[in-house]
Design a protein around this ligand. Structure first.
Ligand SMILES: C[S@@+](CC[C@H](N)C(=O)[O-])C[C@H]1O[C@@H](n2cnc3c(N)ncnc32)[C@H](O)[C@@H]1O
Length: 347
Protein backbone atom coordinates (compact mmCIF):
# COMPACT_ATOMS: atom_id res chain seq x y z
CA UNK A 1 0.00 0.00 0.00
CA UNK A 2 1.36 3.41 -0.97
CA UNK A 3 1.51 6.39 1.35
CA UNK A 4 -1.37 8.74 0.65
CA UNK A 5 -0.08 11.85 2.42
CA UNK A 6 -1.63 15.17 1.54
CA UNK A 7 -4.81 13.83 -0.04
CA UNK A 8 -8.14 15.18 1.01
CA UNK A 9 -9.47 13.40 4.09
CA UNK A 10 -11.91 10.63 3.31
CA UNK A 11 -13.80 9.16 6.24
CA UNK A 12 -13.47 5.41 6.25
CA UNK A 13 -15.78 2.86 7.78
CA UNK A 14 -16.89 3.51 11.34
CA UNK A 15 -16.20 0.74 13.73
CA UNK A 16 -17.90 -0.42 16.86
CA UNK A 17 -14.96 -0.59 19.28
CA UNK A 18 -16.68 -2.96 21.73
CA UNK A 19 -16.57 -5.76 19.13
CA UNK A 20 -20.06 -7.17 18.73
CA UNK A 21 -18.97 -10.76 18.27
CA UNK A 22 -17.06 -10.94 21.52
CA UNK A 23 -18.06 -8.06 23.78
CA UNK A 24 -15.27 -7.30 26.23
CA UNK A 25 -16.35 -7.75 29.84
CA UNK A 26 -14.31 -4.75 31.01
CA UNK A 27 -16.16 -2.07 32.93
CA UNK A 28 -13.88 0.61 31.40
CA UNK A 29 -16.06 3.25 29.73
CA UNK A 30 -16.85 2.30 26.15
CA UNK A 31 -18.90 3.94 23.43
CA UNK A 32 -19.75 3.13 19.86
CA UNK A 33 -18.13 4.86 16.92
CA UNK A 34 -15.21 6.33 18.80
CA UNK A 35 -12.98 6.58 15.76
CA UNK A 36 -12.80 6.53 12.00
CA UNK A 37 -10.00 5.29 9.76
CA UNK A 38 -8.89 8.29 7.71
CA UNK A 39 -6.04 9.48 5.52
CA UNK A 40 -3.61 11.54 7.62
CA UNK A 41 -1.25 14.06 6.05
CA UNK A 42 2.18 12.44 5.42
CA UNK A 43 1.30 9.29 7.37
CA UNK A 44 -0.95 7.18 5.10
CA UNK A 45 -4.03 6.04 6.98
CA UNK A 46 -4.64 6.45 10.68
CA UNK A 47 -7.34 6.51 13.36
CA UNK A 48 -9.07 9.77 14.29
CA UNK A 49 -11.40 10.30 17.26
CA UNK A 50 -14.96 10.97 16.12
CA UNK A 51 -15.98 12.26 19.55
CA UNK A 52 -14.25 13.17 22.79
CA UNK A 53 -12.65 10.07 24.33
CA UNK A 54 -11.98 10.20 28.06
CA UNK A 55 -8.85 8.81 29.73
CA UNK A 56 -9.18 5.09 30.45
CA UNK A 57 -11.75 4.44 27.71
CA UNK A 58 -11.36 1.20 25.79
CA UNK A 59 -11.16 2.55 22.27
CA UNK A 60 -10.81 -0.77 20.50
CA UNK A 61 -10.73 -4.47 21.26
CA UNK A 62 -9.67 -6.76 18.44
CA UNK A 63 -8.86 -10.44 17.96
CA UNK A 64 -5.78 -11.20 15.82
CA UNK A 65 -6.26 -12.23 12.21
CA UNK A 66 -3.43 -14.64 13.01
CA UNK A 67 -0.44 -14.89 15.31
CA UNK A 68 3.07 -14.34 13.99
CA UNK A 69 6.18 -16.05 15.37
CA UNK A 70 9.24 -13.95 16.36
CA UNK A 71 11.73 -12.88 13.65
CA UNK A 72 14.44 -15.32 14.59
CA UNK A 73 15.76 -17.89 14.08
CA UNK A 74 14.88 -18.08 10.42
CA UNK A 75 13.23 -15.60 8.08
CA UNK A 76 12.26 -18.25 5.54
CA UNK A 77 10.53 -20.32 8.22
CA UNK A 78 8.66 -17.25 9.39
CA UNK A 79 7.58 -16.42 5.86
CA UNK A 80 6.34 -19.97 5.28
CA UNK A 81 4.29 -19.77 8.50
CA UNK A 82 2.71 -16.48 7.40
CA UNK A 83 1.82 -17.95 4.00
CA UNK A 84 0.26 -20.94 5.75
CA UNK A 85 -1.84 -18.64 7.95
CA UNK A 86 -2.89 -16.55 4.95
CA UNK A 87 -4.09 -19.64 3.09
CA UNK A 88 -6.48 -20.37 5.97
CA UNK A 89 -8.16 -16.96 5.61
CA UNK A 90 -11.08 -16.15 3.33
CA UNK A 91 -10.59 -13.96 0.25
CA UNK A 92 -11.78 -10.75 1.95
CA UNK A 93 -9.38 -11.24 4.82
CA UNK A 94 -6.51 -11.99 2.42
CA UNK A 95 -7.34 -8.81 0.49
CA UNK A 96 -7.44 -6.84 3.76
CA UNK A 97 -4.00 -8.21 4.67
CA UNK A 98 -2.46 -7.16 1.36
CA UNK A 99 -4.07 -3.70 1.69
CA UNK A 100 -2.05 -3.06 4.88
CA UNK A 101 0.97 -0.81 4.72
CA UNK A 102 4.35 -2.30 3.80
CA UNK A 103 7.26 -0.15 5.01
CA UNK A 104 9.89 -2.52 3.61
CA UNK A 105 9.45 -2.06 -0.11
CA UNK A 106 11.37 -4.74 -1.98
CA UNK A 107 13.67 -5.61 0.95
CA UNK A 108 11.34 -8.48 1.83
CA UNK A 109 8.52 -10.36 0.15
CA UNK A 110 5.14 -8.63 0.71
CA UNK A 111 4.17 -11.48 3.08
CA UNK A 112 7.03 -10.63 5.41
CA UNK A 113 7.16 -6.87 4.72
CA UNK A 114 3.51 -6.39 5.70
CA UNK A 115 3.89 -8.57 8.79
CA UNK A 116 7.02 -6.70 9.92
CA UNK A 117 5.29 -3.33 9.48
CA UNK A 118 2.07 -4.20 11.24
CA UNK A 119 2.58 -6.89 13.85
CA UNK A 120 1.88 -5.82 17.44
CA UNK A 121 3.32 -7.66 20.46
CA UNK A 122 1.19 -10.16 22.36
CA UNK A 123 2.41 -9.10 25.80
CA UNK A 124 5.16 -6.83 27.10
CA UNK A 125 7.74 -9.63 27.23
CA UNK A 126 6.23 -11.75 24.44
CA UNK A 127 8.31 -12.66 21.40
CA UNK A 128 5.16 -13.61 19.51
CA UNK A 129 3.11 -10.98 17.71
CA UNK A 130 -0.38 -10.63 16.26
CA UNK A 131 -1.70 -9.24 13.02
CA UNK A 132 -4.66 -6.90 13.60
CA UNK A 133 -6.47 -5.29 10.67
CA UNK A 134 -7.86 -2.33 12.60
CA UNK A 135 -5.16 -1.64 15.21
CA UNK A 136 -2.50 -1.85 12.46
CA UNK A 137 -3.79 1.47 11.16
CA UNK A 138 -2.73 3.31 14.31
CA UNK A 139 0.24 5.58 13.71
CA UNK A 140 3.12 6.27 16.06
CA UNK A 141 3.90 9.14 18.40
CA UNK A 142 6.78 9.26 20.90
CA UNK A 143 4.23 10.81 23.31
CA UNK A 144 1.12 8.82 22.36
CA UNK A 145 -2.40 9.34 23.64
CA UNK A 146 -3.30 5.62 23.63
CA UNK A 147 -1.76 2.29 24.54
CA UNK A 148 -1.96 -1.16 23.03
CA UNK A 149 -2.06 -4.15 25.40
CA UNK A 150 -2.53 -7.85 24.73
CA UNK A 151 -5.27 -9.11 27.05
CA UNK A 152 -4.82 -12.89 27.37
CA UNK A 153 -8.07 -13.26 29.35
CA UNK A 154 -10.20 -12.22 26.40
CA UNK A 155 -7.72 -13.18 23.65
CA UNK A 156 -7.83 -9.67 22.21
CA UNK A 157 -5.63 -6.65 21.77
CA UNK A 158 -7.04 -3.61 23.52
CA UNK A 159 -6.35 0.08 22.93
CA UNK A 160 -7.05 2.44 25.83
CA UNK A 161 -6.89 6.23 26.03
CA UNK A 162 -3.93 7.37 28.15
CA UNK A 163 -5.43 10.84 28.45
CA UNK A 164 -8.51 12.67 27.23
CA UNK A 165 -8.52 12.77 23.42
CA UNK A 166 -10.36 15.57 21.61
CA UNK A 167 -12.81 15.00 18.79
CA UNK A 168 -10.84 15.15 15.51
CA UNK A 169 -7.50 14.33 17.22
CA UNK A 170 -5.45 11.47 15.84
CA UNK A 171 -5.22 8.37 18.04
CA UNK A 172 -1.58 7.28 18.44
CA UNK A 173 0.40 4.55 20.13
CA UNK A 174 4.17 4.24 20.49
CA UNK A 175 6.19 1.76 18.44
CA UNK A 176 9.10 1.94 20.87
CA UNK A 177 9.90 2.45 24.52
CA UNK A 178 8.92 5.97 25.59
CA UNK A 179 12.28 6.42 27.34
CA UNK A 180 14.28 6.06 24.10
CA UNK A 181 16.39 9.14 23.30
CA UNK A 182 15.94 11.25 20.16
CA UNK A 183 18.69 9.86 17.88
CA UNK A 184 17.88 6.23 18.72
CA UNK A 185 14.17 6.90 18.20
CA UNK A 186 14.75 8.35 14.76
CA UNK A 187 17.14 5.53 13.78
CA UNK A 188 14.72 2.84 14.90
CA UNK A 189 11.66 4.37 13.23
CA UNK A 190 13.56 4.99 9.99
CA UNK A 191 15.08 1.49 9.98
CA UNK A 192 11.97 -0.47 10.94
CA UNK A 193 9.11 1.73 9.64
CA UNK A 194 10.73 4.01 7.00
CA UNK A 195 9.65 7.35 8.44
CA UNK A 196 11.20 10.25 10.30
CA UNK A 197 9.11 11.10 13.35
CA UNK A 198 7.77 14.67 13.61
CA UNK A 199 5.76 14.24 16.80
CA UNK A 200 5.59 17.01 19.44
CA UNK A 201 8.66 15.56 21.20
CA UNK A 202 10.77 15.13 18.06
CA UNK A 203 10.17 18.69 16.85
CA UNK A 204 11.30 20.35 20.09
CA UNK A 205 13.99 23.02 19.59
CA UNK A 206 17.51 21.52 20.06
CA UNK A 207 18.06 22.91 23.58
CA UNK A 208 14.75 21.51 24.87
CA UNK A 209 15.38 18.23 23.08
CA UNK A 210 18.72 17.92 24.90
CA UNK A 211 16.94 18.52 28.21
CA UNK A 212 14.41 15.84 27.32
CA UNK A 213 17.19 13.40 26.37
CA UNK A 214 18.91 14.16 29.69
CA UNK A 215 15.74 13.22 31.60
CA UNK A 216 15.24 10.07 29.52
CA UNK A 217 18.84 9.03 30.16
CA UNK A 218 18.34 9.60 33.92
CA UNK A 219 15.15 7.49 33.88
CA UNK A 220 17.05 4.65 32.16
CA UNK A 221 19.92 4.85 34.60
CA UNK A 222 17.50 4.69 37.57
CA UNK A 223 15.77 1.76 35.90
CA UNK A 224 19.10 -0.08 35.69
CA UNK A 225 19.76 0.55 39.37
CA UNK A 226 16.28 -0.68 40.25
CA UNK A 227 17.12 -3.92 38.44
CA UNK A 228 19.60 -4.58 41.26
CA UNK A 229 17.19 -3.73 44.05
CA UNK A 230 17.11 -7.25 45.46
CA UNK A 231 20.89 -7.33 45.78
CA UNK A 232 21.19 -5.13 48.91
CA UNK A 233 23.39 -2.79 46.85
CA UNK A 234 21.05 0.08 47.74
CA UNK A 235 19.16 0.45 51.00
CA UNK A 236 15.38 0.72 51.25
CA UNK A 237 15.27 4.52 51.60
CA UNK A 238 17.65 4.99 48.67
CA UNK A 239 15.43 2.87 46.40
CA UNK A 240 12.32 4.76 47.46
CA UNK A 241 14.14 8.00 46.72
CA UNK A 242 15.19 6.74 43.26
CA UNK A 243 11.61 5.75 42.49
CA UNK A 244 10.27 9.13 43.54
CA UNK A 245 12.84 10.82 41.31
CA UNK A 246 11.75 8.56 38.46
CA UNK A 247 8.10 9.56 38.91
CA UNK A 248 9.11 13.24 38.88
CA UNK A 249 11.00 12.68 35.62
CA UNK A 250 8.02 10.85 34.09
CA UNK A 251 5.86 13.83 34.94
CA UNK A 252 8.31 16.38 33.54
CA UNK A 253 8.64 14.31 30.35
CA UNK A 254 4.87 13.84 29.99
CA UNK A 255 5.21 10.05 30.16
CA UNK A 256 2.01 8.43 31.31
CA UNK A 257 1.86 4.85 30.13
CA UNK A 258 2.63 1.32 31.37
CA UNK A 259 5.86 2.69 32.92
CA UNK A 260 3.72 4.18 35.72
CA UNK A 261 2.14 0.95 37.04
CA UNK A 262 5.46 -0.82 36.43
CA UNK A 263 7.30 1.68 38.66
CA UNK A 264 4.61 1.41 41.34
CA UNK A 265 4.96 -2.36 41.11
CA UNK A 266 8.73 -2.00 41.66
CA UNK A 267 7.95 0.15 44.70
CA UNK A 268 5.49 -2.50 45.90
CA UNK A 269 8.10 -5.25 45.53
CA UNK A 270 10.76 -3.37 47.44
CA UNK A 271 8.31 -2.52 50.24
CA UNK A 272 7.43 -6.25 50.36
CA UNK A 273 11.08 -7.27 50.54
CA UNK A 274 11.52 -5.04 53.57
CA UNK A 275 8.29 -6.24 55.19
CA UNK A 276 6.73 -2.77 54.96
CA UNK A 277 3.09 -3.86 54.67
CA UNK A 278 1.61 -0.36 54.86
CA UNK A 279 3.57 1.08 51.94
CA UNK A 280 3.34 -2.19 50.00
CA UNK A 281 -0.44 -1.98 50.09
CA UNK A 282 -0.51 1.65 48.94
CA UNK A 283 1.96 0.98 46.10
CA UNK A 284 -0.01 -2.09 44.94
CA UNK A 285 -3.22 -0.04 45.00
CA UNK A 286 -1.60 2.68 42.88
CA UNK A 287 -0.16 0.14 40.44
CA UNK A 288 -3.60 -1.45 40.16
CA UNK A 289 -5.43 1.85 39.63
CA UNK A 290 -2.98 2.96 36.90
CA UNK A 291 -3.11 -0.37 35.13
CA UNK A 292 -6.92 -0.40 35.08
CA UNK A 293 -6.77 2.88 33.12
CA UNK A 294 -4.30 1.40 30.65
CA UNK A 295 -5.80 -2.07 30.14
CA UNK A 296 -9.29 -2.14 31.70
CA UNK A 297 -10.24 -4.28 34.69
CA UNK A 298 -10.38 -7.61 32.87
CA UNK A 299 -6.69 -8.36 32.19
CA UNK A 300 -4.66 -11.02 34.04
CA UNK A 301 -2.11 -8.41 35.18
CA UNK A 302 -4.83 -6.25 36.72
CA UNK A 303 -6.35 -9.23 38.55
CA UNK A 304 -2.91 -10.10 40.00
CA UNK A 305 -2.35 -6.52 41.19
CA UNK A 306 -5.79 -6.48 42.78
CA UNK A 307 -4.86 -9.58 44.80
CA UNK A 308 -1.62 -7.93 45.97
CA UNK A 309 -3.46 -4.70 46.85
CA UNK A 310 -5.81 -6.76 49.03
CA UNK A 311 -3.09 -8.96 50.54
CA UNK A 312 0.41 -7.55 49.93
CA UNK A 313 1.98 -10.17 52.21
CA UNK A 314 1.13 -12.84 49.63
CA UNK A 315 3.95 -11.66 47.37
CA UNK A 316 6.80 -14.18 47.09
CA UNK A 317 9.43 -11.63 48.13
CA UNK A 318 7.65 -10.62 51.32
CA UNK A 319 10.29 -10.03 54.06
CA UNK A 320 13.06 -11.44 51.89
CA UNK A 321 15.46 -8.68 52.97
CA UNK A 322 14.11 -7.80 56.41
CA UNK A 323 12.45 -10.15 58.85
CA UNK A 324 10.77 -7.59 61.04
CA UNK A 325 8.10 -5.31 59.63
CA UNK A 326 9.23 -1.79 58.70
CA UNK A 327 5.76 -0.42 58.26
CA UNK A 328 4.40 2.44 60.30
CA UNK A 329 1.01 4.01 59.99
CA UNK A 330 0.88 6.86 57.45
CA UNK A 331 0.53 10.36 58.89
CA UNK A 332 -2.74 12.23 58.59
CA UNK A 333 -3.11 13.74 55.15
CA UNK A 334 -3.09 17.51 54.62
CA UNK A 335 -3.94 17.94 50.95
CA UNK A 336 -2.17 14.61 50.30
CA UNK A 337 1.27 16.19 50.64
CA UNK A 338 2.49 14.69 53.91
CA UNK A 339 1.27 11.26 52.85
CA UNK A 340 3.31 11.39 49.66
CA UNK A 341 6.45 12.58 51.49
CA UNK A 342 5.99 9.80 54.03
CA UNK A 343 5.27 7.27 51.28
CA UNK A 344 8.63 7.89 49.61
CA UNK A 345 10.53 7.94 52.88
CA UNK A 346 11.10 11.71 52.74
CA UNK A 347 8.73 12.82 55.50
C1 LIG B 1 1.58 0.11 11.28
S1 LIG B 1 1.51 1.20 9.96
C2 LIG B 1 0.39 2.40 10.53
C3 LIG B 1 -0.73 2.65 9.58
C4 LIG B 1 -0.31 3.23 8.26
N1 LIG B 1 -0.23 4.68 8.34
C5 LIG B 1 -1.26 2.82 7.15
O1 LIG B 1 -1.49 3.63 6.25
O2 LIG B 1 -1.71 1.69 7.17
C6 LIG B 1 3.09 1.95 10.10
C7 LIG B 1 3.40 2.93 9.02
O3 LIG B 1 2.61 4.11 9.18
C8 LIG B 1 3.38 5.27 8.89
N2 LIG B 1 3.53 6.04 10.13
C9 LIG B 1 3.24 5.64 11.37
N3 LIG B 1 3.45 6.61 12.25
C10 LIG B 1 3.91 7.66 11.57
C11 LIG B 1 4.34 8.98 11.92
N4 LIG B 1 4.32 9.40 13.18
N5 LIG B 1 4.76 9.79 10.93
C12 LIG B 1 4.79 9.39 9.63
N6 LIG B 1 4.40 8.15 9.23
C13 LIG B 1 3.96 7.30 10.19
C14 LIG B 1 4.74 4.77 8.40
O4 LIG B 1 4.68 4.68 7.00
C15 LIG B 1 4.82 3.40 9.02
O5 LIG B 1 5.66 2.53 8.29
Amino acid sequence: MDEQGGREESAGPRVDPAGNEHPAPSSAPQASFLYAVQTILDKGQGLVATSKITKGTRILSEAPLFKVPPDKPNRKVKEALIIKELKRLDKDQQRAYFALHNAHGTDHSPFLGIARTNVLPLGSQAREGGLFLEASRINHSCRPNAQNTWNANIGRLTIHALRDIKEGEEITITYLDQTTEYVSRQQFLKGSFSFGCRCELCVLPPARRRESDGRLSEINSIDEKLGQMGSRMFGYNKILHLLRTMFRLFEEEGIWDASIPRAYYDAFQIACMYGDDTRAKIFAERAHAARVIIEGDDSPGVARLKRFAEQPTQHESYRRLAHSPRGVRPPQSVGGLEVDDWLWGEG
